[in-house]
Every structure is written in structure tokens, then in C-alpha cells.
Design a protein around this ligand. Structure first.
Ligand SMILES: [Zn+2]
Length: 397
């Protein structure tokens, strides 16, 4: 048996007036997902435990079979794993955005989408100028970086910077626990950044300045039992996104690199699908993660989201469906990790539509893959690991 998960990040949504009160999944032309659910079964699954923020990290950790209430220690820790960063036992890591804050308003949680090159220079400058014991920064992609600090600076609450766009940051800085350490770090960084060459260049170019760091989602690097020990399967994840690579690293899954993978519309679908086929040659399990629908949801662009869904259907689900039908002995699961409704431009915790086609699955009456049709299907899962346990347990005697 081979098991394939096709995940369209943030793909599910609410009815949108601009689309004639259809959801993007209903409005988009998706012949492959429709055929898949027609040949298989549709249903709903809860992907995020109650009380947890429906982040992609939490949702995908659950979908891989790990209860985030037990294993989730923060987004920074997962991304640190992806970057191969080792932490000492007395250290914690925060995700660290470079941001623009003007008169206490979060003008940009990306410092105007600062380039990776400039981001690396800023992070290098902070490492060089800061001189605070036990503090070190690691540069990531664009505005997304990490900062490692002593665990005595661990705080109990942070706010994701993308939830503060155009809002006051007062009361949202890292807080609770030993917040004083983080506050002194943030203030020192603000002073250092004011003298950074990159900011002079950006000022001349009329671009937003990097005024601050925004540390959030702290934690130690978690220890996950291997995916192989959970399911007696080997495999990998194909993604352009750090945090999925981190989950792969932590769970002992492969995460082949594909050039031209952008995490947005027009990503290198062919390369991603080929990487999944390559995985399936030697392994039992392939997880293909496509980021674009989520990005369109965050932009609030319903038409673009339909396009992202159609590309996912045509370039990812289509080839996998063909593979399953020509080879036999293949189970396919299609789902999003959470809804990212265009109306609110952020994630919500709601059940998501799922479709499973596999030799051991008896078809139900669902013939369209969307929120409403799947709600009438035969599948229902209260947790993502219940879904995965059933999906990955299928077809095995
Ligand atoms: Zn997501």
C-alpha cells in the first residue's frame, strides 16, 4: 500500500458574496477532487484541539498524528528544528519577525516584506552589536527569523504579529513569566536597529524601516516519537514552508528540497509532485503541502484563492489520482489544515472537509469536494489523529 496526503493549506472558507455566496472550493473548477470524492468518501474532520490557536503548525502536527496538547512547544521550536539548530537544555527559542512599528501601531509585521538578503544583514548586525549574554539570532527567510534566549526569559503569552496589523501593540509585547528579560532585549534591539545601515538604505529608497524585533511563540524543541514508530510507515513531506520541514525533521520524515517552490500561486507543482513520486518509490507515505490557498485567504482575495485551488486540483490532485488509478493499492486523503476565510483574512478553528479514496473505502453519495457536500458525507473525525489512524491503518491486514 501507498498512502498520499494532498493538503491545500487554508483551502476551506465561508460563502463569499463576490462568488455568488459560494465558497472558493464550491466556485472553483475542481474535476479531480470531485472525481476523487465520488470514487471515495467525503466528510468532516476537526484538525485543532479545542482551546488551541488554529495555526498551521498546530493543525499539521495533529494531522501527522501528534496531539499538539502534548507535543506543541511553539512555532519557533519547529522552525529551529527545520534549520538544524541545536538548543541547550537551558535555552528557549522564539520566532522573531522584523517589523515596522510607528507610534505604537503595527504598520507592517513584515517590515514591508524585507528581502531575505537585507533580512540576513539586519540579523547579522544584531548578532554583532547586541552583546547580550545567552542571546543569539538565526536568520531565516525574508522577515522570518529566530532568537534563542535563556529559558529564564520564558514568558507565558505572546501575540502573533500578523494579528496586529494597523492596531496598537500596547499590551501585546511578550508578557507574563519573566517578561523583563525580553523587554530589555526588545529595547536594546530598537536602539541597535536605529543605527543599522540597512535602515539608511531603506529610508533613501522610501521603504518601511525595520524598527523592532517581534519575538513570539516561544518554546523548547519538542521530542516527538518517530512517524515510523507511530504508523510503521516510512515517508516524507513535500513543502515550501519551514514549519512543515520542521515537523518532518522532528518526526523523522524526509523533506526533499524542490527548487522553484515559492509557497504561492505558480509554485513549482511539477517538481513537488515528482518529489512525491520519488518518495513513494522507496517509501509508503507522501505528504504534499501546498501553501498558496492560505496566502490568498490572508490577502482576502477570493478570486485568487479559486485560482490557487484550481492549480492544486490540476497539478497535485490530478497526477496523484492518475497514479492511484494506474498503479492500484494507493490511498489518497485530500484536506486543508484549517479554514482561512477571505472575509476575516485569518485562520479559524472549524471542522474541515476531507475526502478519502482508497481500495478499502466504499463510496458514499458525495460527488463534490467542498464544505457543504462533504458535511453530508459518511466520514466524521473529532481529531486529526483519529483521521490519520484510520487512513493510514486502512488496507493493512
Ligand atoms: Zn495552514
Amino acid at each position: 500500500m501507498k498512502y498520499v496526503v494532498c493538503l491545500g493549506d487554508g483551502m476551506s472558507d465561508w460563502p463569499i458574496p463576490e462568488l455568488g455566496n459560494l465558497t472558493p472550493l464550491q466556485a472553483a473548477h475542481t474535476p479531480n477532487m470531485d472525481q476523487l470524492v465520488t470514487l471515495g468518501r467525503g466528510g468532516l474532520a476537526w484538525t485543532v484541539p479545542e482551546g488551541l490557536y488554529p495555526g498551521s503548525d498546530v493543525a499539521n502536527m495533529g494531522i501527522l498524528g501528534y496531539d499538539p496538547r502534548e507535543y506543541y512547544t511553539g512555532r519557533g521550536a519547529i522552525e529551529a528544528a527545520a534549520m538544524g539548530i541545536q538548543l541547550n537544555p537551558n535555552e528557549v527559542v522564539f520566532r522573531c519577525n522584523l517589523v515596522t512599528i510607528q507610534s505604537d501601531i503595527m504598520t507592517s509585521f513584515t517590515s514591508g516584506h524585507i528581502s531575505t538578503e537585507q533580512g540576513h544583514e539586519v540579523i547579522g548586525y544584531l548578532n554583532q552589536q547586541l552583546n547580550m549574554d545567552g542571546v543569539r539570532f538565526y536568520a531565516g527567510v525574508g522577515y522570518r527569523h529566530l532568537v534563542v534566549v535563556p529559558d529564564t526569559w520564558l514568558v507565558s503569552a505572546t501575540t502573533p504579529p500578523h494579528d496586529l496589523t494597523d492596531q496598537s501593540v500596547v499590551g501585546h509585547w511578550p508578557r507574563g513569566g519573566n517578561e523583563a528579560g525580553m523587554h530589555s532585549l526588545i529595547q536594546r534591539c530598537r536602539a541597535v536597529l536605529a543605527n543599522c545601515d540597512i535602515n539608511r538604505q531603506r529610508e533613501l529608497a522610501g521603504e518601511l524601516l525595520v524598527t523592532d524585533i517581534w519575538p513570539w511563540s516561544p518554546g523548547r524543541i519538542p521530542e516527538l516519537p518517530s512517524f515510523q514508530s507511530l504508523y510503521q510507515l516510512t515517508g516524507g513531506i513535500r513543502t515550501a514552508v519551514d514549519l512543515l520541514m520542521g515537523l518532518a525533521q522532528l518526526s523523522g520524515l524526509a523533506y526533499p528540497f524542490v527548487s522553484g517552490a515559492t509557497g504561492f500561486i505558480g509554485t513549482n507543482y511539477k517538481g513537488k509532485v515528482q518529489a512525491a513520486f520519488d518518495l513513494l518509490r522507496d517509501h509508503d507515505f507522501a505528504f504534499i503541502h501546498i501553501e498558496a490557498p492560505d496566502e490568498c485567504g490572508h490577502l482576502g482575495d477570493a478570486k485568487l484563492k479559486c485560482q490557487a485551488i484550481e492549480e492544486f486540483d490540476q497539478y497535485v490532485v490530478g497526477p496523484m489520482l492518475n497514479f492511484a488509478q494506474s498503479r492500484g493499492g494507493v490511498g489518497i486523503l485530500v484536506l486543508p489544515d484549517h479554514p482561512t476565510p477571505c472575509a476575516i483574512k485569518t485562520h479559524v478553528r472549524e471542522a474541515v472537509p476531507v475526502a478519502i479514496m482508497a481500495p478499502w473505502v466504499t463510496p458514499d453519495a458525495v460527488i463534490r469536494y467542498d464544505e457543504e457536500s462533504c458535511a453530508r458525507g459518511g466520514l466524521y473525525y473529532e481529531t486529526p489523529w483519529a483521521l490519520m489512524n484510520e487512513f493510514l491503518g486502512g488496507g493493512r491486514s
